[in-house]
Ligand binder design. Structure first.
Ligand code: MG
Length: 381
């Protein structure tokens, strides 16, 4: 085909315009990986500790606290910012100082790798951070927030999840005197499901206080507080008559055989919490428990939580997602996976009175998601 000069100029002009538009399209739709690699700047990581104030003194079978110091991470690259959070927990040998150190030690991973290769980054983090799984969680959450923002899409949409499937969250009531328990239950009027902490010497008193003011379904968490299978059997048999849906971690995490025995003797689902941190812990628990409680701080983030969800489903275990005392950053991150789960206990941000961030909201126990890209978090870092 021969073209006149005018036709050739017109054709090549349209081709250049077309290619430019195609590149722009690719840039927008497929991210910057393919066409914009050389434009990527170095990832910058910022770390800050913030003190979260609890509305009520928080007591579980192990300990009490009035505040928590959580570690926040900001990853910035190519004009996009991702935010993550670590909630160090003494039960797992974590504290804010070591967590901060681990995050700084992992900075080079983010500086040297392509953030779109987040599976490779997860593998690198698993090798680099062997304690302080909450430090991994902070980096993983920030990374996935960054990824969602880079694709201009909420994370749940990127993962193909229907938020209409998310269960309602429970609201937790810590161990306290009967008078305070009653007050807390009345303050929690807007939440249709309660999770009651027990495992000290006053279990009967606590449940009686709850039942004196509400008939709502309750879930009970002993936090490894009962020490023999006989004691646990007696407690669960009694709790069955008190309208309890399931019992979480009745016995110490290493008492797997005793828990399997207990499961044969009670008519109530038993959920593992302290006994399970990551996917590799799940197979050995499948005969002792009916479900697992996944927490991002134990798993080391969203990507490992996804592996845990798939493994639990394969083993026919129920899935609960729980939390530590966390701000809206980590709670919102977990809520993005909630369409996968059976039971939600994502209320850490509802127990504090100075949440530095906002994200997913809770109305009548149901999550209210926003449509913002990534996690959809707002607030001053
Ligand atoms: Mg628990």
């Amino acid at each position: 085909m021969r073209l006149s000069r005018k036709e050739f100029l017109s054709f090549s002009g349209r081709s250049i315009l077309g290619l430019s538009l195609l590149n722009l399209f690719n840039w927008k739709v497929f991210g910057r990986e393919k066409f914009g690699k050389k434009l990527l700047g170095e990832a910058m990581i910022e770390v800050k500790t913030k003190r979260l104030e609890l509305t009520h003194t928080w007591t579980i079978s192990r300990n009490s606290s009035d505040f928590k110091e959580n570690v926040f991470v900001k990853i910035e690259r190519d004009g996009i910012t991702g935010i993550g959070e670590a909630a160090p927990n003494v039960r797992y040998g974590e504290n804010p100082q070591i967590t901060t150190r681990r995050i700084h030690e992992a900075e080079t991973i983010f500086k040297n790798m392509d953030l779109f290769h987040y599976v490779d980054i997860k593998n690198a983090l698993d090798k680099a951070i062997l304690d302080q799984s909450c430090a991994k969680a902070a980096l993983d959450i920030a990374l996935m927030d960054w990824i969602g923002k880079a694709f201009n899409m909420p994370l749940y949409k990127l993962w193909g999840l229907n938020i209409g499937h998310s269960p309602k969250t429970s609201f937790s009531i810590g161990i306290d005197t009967p008078e305070v328990i009653k007050q807390k239950v009345l303050e929690a009027e807007q939440y249709p499901l309660l999770k009651i902490k027990v495992g000290r010497e006053n279990d009967e008193e606590i449940i009686a206080a709850v039942r004196s003011v509400t008939n709502k379904p309750i879930r009970v968490d002993a936090n490894e507080g009962w020490k023999t299978k006989e004691e646990a059997l007696e407690k669960i048999t009694w709790l069955k008559t008190e309208g309890v849906e399931f019992i979480e971690q009745p016995l110490p995490s290493d008492m797997i055989e005793e828990t399997a025995w207990l499961r044969e003797h009670v008519d109530m689902p038993i959920v593992a919490d302290e006994a399970v941190k990551s996917a590799s812990d799940i197979p050995k628990l499948a005969t002792a428990y009916d479900g697992i409680n996944i927490k991002l701080m134990k798993s080391g983030g969203l990507l490992e939580a996804l592996r845990m969800i798939q493994m639990a489903k394969a083993l026919n275990l129920k899935i609960m997602m729980g939390c530590m005392i966390e701000s809206s950053v980590a709670i919102t991150a977990a809520a993005h996976l909630a369409p996968y789960i059976d039971w939600a206990d994502l209320d850490g941000n509802l127990l504090i009175n100075n949440d530095p961030f906002s994200g997913v909201k809770v109305k009548g126990g149901s999550f209210v998601y926003n449509d913002k890209p990534g996690l959809g978090i707002e607030g001053e870092f």
